[in-house]
Ligand binder design. Sequence first.
Ligand SMILES: *Cc1c(COP(=O)(O)O)cnc(C)c1O
Length: 491
Amino acid sequence: MNYISTRGQSAPVSAAMAIKQGIAPDGGLYMPESIPTLSEDTLKELCSLSYSERAAKIMSMFLTDYTYDELLSDCKEAYGDNFDGYAAPVVSVGENARVLELWHGPTCAFKDMALQIMPRLLSRALVKTGEERTALILVATSGDTGKAALEGYRDVERTKISVYYPVNGVSRAQKLQMTTQEGSNVNVCAINGNFDDAQSGVKKIFGDSDFAAELDAKGYFLSSANSINWGRLVPQTVYYISAWCDLCNKGDIAFGEKIDVCVPTGNFGNILAAYITKLMGLPVGRFICASNSNNVLTDFFKTGTYDRNRDFHVTISPSMDILISSNLERLIFLAAGAEKTKEYMASLAKDGKYTLDADDYAKIAAEFEGYFTSEDECRAEIKSVFDRHSYLVDTHTAVALSAAERYMNDTSAKCKIVVASTASPYKFASSVAGALGLEVCDDDAKVFETLSKYTSTKIPSQLSDVLTKEIRFKTVIDPEDMKASVIDFIS
Ligand SMILES: *Cc1c(COP(=O)(O)O)cnc(C)c1O
């Protein structure tokens, strides 16, 4: 199966090439030229498999230039001992909410689900495409991608990775996780600006052909670990299908029964992966896109106009503090086709906004619903979920749970709703402890203890370990200096 650009101006490429390049030469995002389908038999078979086997089977439907055996061996490594237990368990919270916990990996956020496997896919892609240069991975992060990518790529041969995060836009734990990163091929840099500034900086470097030539002469080419890369998205389809199978196996839903899906959303990668599973044939009703007060997507689903011209808010769910949701382009492409996507994106680049044609909007509005959760609602949700269900959630998951509850009330929806839980509550311990009315201070170790004692939950060792590690990366730069920092890093 080949991959085509959402903007229609680049030649189709193989999956390995799409993963290697990250972004299409015309600035568009790669999409499979057709979506494979899950027959009833396949779904039944998937129900009987382990997580790694499900992952290999589903990914082999998209990555047709990888063999099933290659994928199975990679998935077994990616989703084995690196995770504390089952990779993606589903937990019942109340009558209808089913929380899909995606944070049992090495960095305690859902990004591990993709970034534990993706470096393996890229290593194979280098061989499959006859590439002889070193892959230089540039990552803009709102906090969680950075650490997950560093952990996934560290000491992977023929790769180097440089991560850029907004200097005041990540939690203390997130910052420590990144600045203490080990490995001989890694670099971490803070940016004076917000996530969009970091992302725009990385995108600009990717679009700079002179710079590409300079890197080429040094034996490097650029690749991306952000969710614009298809290699990030395809592993994310797996856990929605897997959750549905697990609910069937438990008898919580009948075979063939529909679920709704609610996802705390930033760059729109996670929820897009969920939508793709519906196109494959997974029984899913509606998609609830949950945002924090950076609610550009809520307005988009309500009106059909995407308008990023608004204030940027720093919230307690920082991994969703985003005004340009890159992967929305893929949804637009699925609804409107390449020609119109190119126009909408040109308008976004020029005016910071676009309005969908009525037809395109109707298609999207039939599938998606947008809700946003204010800071106060988020804190209240953390407390109320813990008080009612003795279940502890992080700020991002609380944004989604609150949205899911309002959606269920508004629509008297009958489906079970799978809510993606995207981070361990300990990753945002101060905000979570504060929401519960506990005492917080600047000492993370103390906050971890307080939270653990009050909630009888375990402190993840992945997070307590970084508190005592040496800080390796202290550089702060302006977005204009990112190119120079890249050259510095590889020199
Ligand atoms: C990245 C992230 C999100 C947003 O996911 P997208 O795929 O960018 O929409 C939500 N919650 C957490 C904890 C994250 O790390």
